[in-house]
Design a binder for this molecule. Structure first.
Ligand code: MCN
Ligand code: CUM
Length: 789
């Protein structure tokens, strides 16, 4: 990686791998997570959940539970109905039960809440609640959900006659059909991007603390978007007096979000309702199984993917048709105008101009959700489709997949590049990325080795993924959530002695914002990063923002930090001109001070200038040294990557060994290389996860078959290969510091590289596609079916 640092190590601006400030408390066990919050008189909540995927509730009997010492109440949907709190809106403007009054729609759905004076009593109470169910035949297979004889699940919606949620399409259908009809080569595969779970180390939870005397709610919770939650609470509960100034949302330290902490879960609403009614704090913390079984899932896209091209290997068009299984309700967290998120980035890194995509979303008796897990709003699905199909096309015409990519890449001089589905890619150098990855891994030698192995009947595969990401929502003209525009914010206050506190509308869940935001400000003002304290997550103090997800923090709040700091630098320049008795034009800036052109000894440090802002500022100038900026990006940023994976497969067992994995990322200018590397390592591990291990599996009755960590395989250090990383840097031309987001790129880019490597190994036996997760059994079965073993 080559990036020149403009600041000294002592200042610690952009490009310095300074150690993470937040780790001082994390490594000493001094983090402050929701479950660490203990308030006087606090009650505890536990939740009774449905064993059935679809059933009528005949009776809920709380008698035995209420006899357990410490249990104070059992709350049901009928209780909430009295206050019209038994339903809530989802972020996609669908509706979701908080607690059911008559029917449960998925296994592990909340049925009743037990409130007690201790967590143990609440759990005992939960076990003692008796519920009589009348099970019904559920809709589990999404392909059967639209059958005429399938039961209509959302009977709560008047006039609903099927399980269809919405239809979406983009691109030029007629032109695409024409190109496909006349193409020399057409390849097609049916693929499933499985339902998976973020499985963050910390589960979800909250402490709802309603103060009856002051009519004020403080909601401590594991949320990636505190301000949006505050607005939603006020919109939903304003009628009972909880207007927005009476609500404070605090997201303390978060142990992993990965998208799973964007949605609003029923547990939060029940905790607020109970605290509001009894006037005491109520804590609710999910256990691991509840988290895995009931919280928002990710992916679950069934994709029919097609690519058309020439015999020589020119990609001409793509066509993708998606069936999206949203479970019981559409509770994804996409921007309002984008029901499939940014799936339309699926045309990829390639220079062609014809594409058509459509998607239909359907209801089934599974838990709701549909966005989370390091996906940049469905970009994982998009990238998997295009990168798998690019390899599929190369295989069809017998061309090396790297060569095919080189021949089809958008060229670096062609940016800004308009995609056939309406995006304007800001910058990139795809050729340099792939070249660098191939050099790092020794591509040509690997192909030679593979040919020798193939001659001996051994299975070795090389897989490439050269993906384009789209992050940084977003330009407010296109992006909103529930009508709230997706800008983000920074507020910087510099104290008289030159030390600062900066607050943001985003919320780190482990990404290192306390360090990197300080570095951005250090870069712009020359105040050492260690003297800049960063705060996020308290809606009473932080400026309004939409939160951290979709790798948007650097593109939005990071930009806001730079611009707010530049406002302060402009002020510092005015003060310097006044103190040095020169005109502003005669001053020059170097990180940390202004000096007179040609007379560098005549200088004022930023610390002196800040002090003067409080003690000796020019008359007529506003005192103090503070600035705020709300940044509305002109475009998204388009990070990219070139990943290459090498696998060896044991023919007899199907066992897969990932021998090498090289990841070259382009996230524009880098703020902290060490943090970015950490993001990439974690993200790649969460990429190998769906590629080889993770998948939520349901039986025909809607029972989840792997609802604990015994069966749901989260890869650990043992399963992870030695990640080899590197960078290409094409700064974003519209971002104030030229940075692009990076948090999700590795999870987006890794699965197709792994899948492509495995299919490449198996291709001599006529295998053209395998759905992820690709397990040893799947490989063995495919080889057996093809008569290879
Ligand atoms: N960064 C940088 N230089 C760049 C880009 C980013 O130094 N050019 C740094 C940033 O300053 C920040 C980190 O890398 O400290 C990630 O930045 P960014 O890509 O802007 O992403 P966000 O901060 O918005 O984080 C969200 C992203 C998402 S959407 C998921 S999901 C995810 C991820 O981050 N969840 C995470 N990484 C995670 N890492 C941890 N530890 N925990 C999670 O829950
Ligand atoms: Cu797509 S998971 Mo992240 O956006 O929090």
């Amino acid at each position: 990686m080559t990036q020149q640092c403009k600041t000294s190590k002592a200042i610690g601006g952009m490009g310095h791998s300074i150690k993470r400030k937040e780790d001082v408390r994390f490594v000493q066990g001094k983090g402050n997570y929701v479950d660490d919050i203990k308030l006087d008189g606090m009650l505890y909540m536990d939740i009774v959940r449905s064993p059935y995927a679809y059933a009528k509730i005949k009776k809920i009997d709380a008698e035995a539970a209420l006899k357990i010492p410490g249990v104070v109440a059992v709350v049901t949907g009928k209780d909430l109905e009295q206050y019209n709190l038994h339903w809530m809106p989802t972020l996609m403007s669908d509706t979701q039960m908080v607690l059911p009054t008559d029917t449960v729609m998925y296994q592990a759905q909340e049925v009743a809440a037990v409130i007690a004076t201790s967590r143990y009593a609440a759990r005992d109470g939960r076990e003692a609640v008796r519920v009589d169910y009348e099970p019904m035949k559920p809709v589990i297979d999404p392909f059967k959900a639209l059958d005429p004889d399938a039961p209509v699940l959302r009977t709560d919606k008047p006039g609903k006659t099927d399980n269809h949620i919405w239809h979406w399409e983009v691109g030029d259908k007629a032109k695409t059909e024409e190109v496909f009809a006349n193409a020399e080569v057409v390849v097609k595969e049916q693929m499933h991007i499985p339902r998976i779970h973020v499985a963050s180390i910390e589960t979800c939870g909250c402490v709802a603390d309603y103060d009856k005397v002051n009519n004020h709610l403080t909601m401590y919770m594991t949320t990636q978007a505190p301000h949006a939650i505050r607005t939603v609470i006020a919109l939903v509960a304003g009628h009972v007096g909880l207007t927005e100034e009476k609500v404070r949302v605090v997201a303390p330290d978060i142990g992993g979000g990965f998208g799973g902490k964007v949605p609003v879960y029923p547990g939060y609403v029940i905790a607020i309702a109970v605290s509001f009614l009894v006037g005491k704090p109520v804590k609710w913390i999910e256990d691991r199984s509840e988290n895995l079984q009931a919280d928002s899932f990710a992916r679950d896209y069934h994709i029919t993917a097609e690519m058309a091209g020439t015999k020589e290997g020119k990609i001409l068009a793509t066509r993708f048709k998606v069936l999206a299984d949203h479970g019981y309700t559409d509770a994804s967290a996409n921007p309002s105008k984008f029901p499939t998120g940014m799936f339309s980035i699926a045309t990829g890194s390639y220079d062609y101009h014809t594409a058509y995509m459509e998607a239909d979303a359907i209801y089934t008796n599974k838990p709701p959700g549909g966005v989370a897990y390091r996906c940049s709003f469905r970009v994982t699905e998009a990238v998997h489709a295009i990168e798998r199909m690019t390899d599929r096309f190369a295989l069809e015409i017998g061309k090396d997949p790297a060569q095919l990519r080189f021949e089809n890449f958008i060229k670096k001089e062609d940016f800004p590049w308009p995609s056939p589905t309406g995006w304007i890619y800001d910058s990139g150098d795809y050729e340099a990325g792939l070249r660098k990855a191939m050099d790092a891994i020794g591509y040509d030698e690997l192909r030679k080795e593979q040919a020798e192995k193939r001659a001996n009947g051994e299975l070795m595969g090389i897989g490439i993924s050269t993906f384009t990401e789209v992050v940084g929502a977003g330009p407010s003209k296109d992006f909103d959530i529930l009508g709230i525009k997706m800008f983000d914010s920074a507020e910087i206050r510099v104290h008289p002695t030159g030390k600062a506190i900066a607050r943001f509308g985003t919320k780190s869940q482990g990404q290192g914002h306390e360090t990197t935001y300080a570095q951005i400000i250090a870069e712009e003002l020359g105040i050492p990063a260690e003297n800049i304290q960063v705060e996020e997550g308290d809606t009473d103090t932080a400026p309004y923002g939409l939160g951290t997800y979709a790798s948007r923090s650097t593109p939005t709040a990071g930009a806001a930090a730079a611009i707010a700091a530049r406002k302060l630098r402009d002020k510092a320049r005015k003060i310097a001109a006044y103190l040095l008795e020169v005109s502003e034009d005669d001053l020059e800036w170097e990180p940390g001070k202004f000096f007179v052109k040609g007379a560098p000894e005549k200088a004022k440090t930023i610390q002196e200038l800040v002090f003067a802002a409080y003690t000796n500022h020019p008359q007529g100038m506003e005192a103090g040294f503070e600035a705020t900026h709300y940044y509305d990006p002109p475009n998204l940023t388009f990070p990219s990557g070139a990943y290459i994976c090498v696998v060896d497969i044991d023919k007899e067992t199907g066992g897969i060994n990932v021998r090498r994995f090289v990841a070259i990322d382009d996230c524009g200018n880098i703020i902290n290389p060490m943090i970015v590397q950490g993001q990439v390592h974690g993200g790649l591990t969460q990429g190998i996860a769906p590629a080889m291990y993770e998948s939520l599996v349901y039986d025909e009755a809607g029972n989840i078959l792997n609802g604990t960590f015994m069966d749901y395989l989260v890869p650990t250090a043992v399963e992870s290969p030695n990640w080899e990383t590197g960078h290409v840097i094409t700064p974003s031309p519209h971002h104030p510091i030229g940075a692009k987001g990076v948090g999700e790129s590795p999870t987006v880019g890794a699965p197709p590289a792994i899948a492509n490597a495995i299919v490449d190994a198996l291709s001599p036996y006529g295998i053209t596609h395998l759905d992820i997760p690709i397990t040893p059994y799947k490989v063995w079965k495919a080889l057996k079916e093809k008569g290879a073993i």
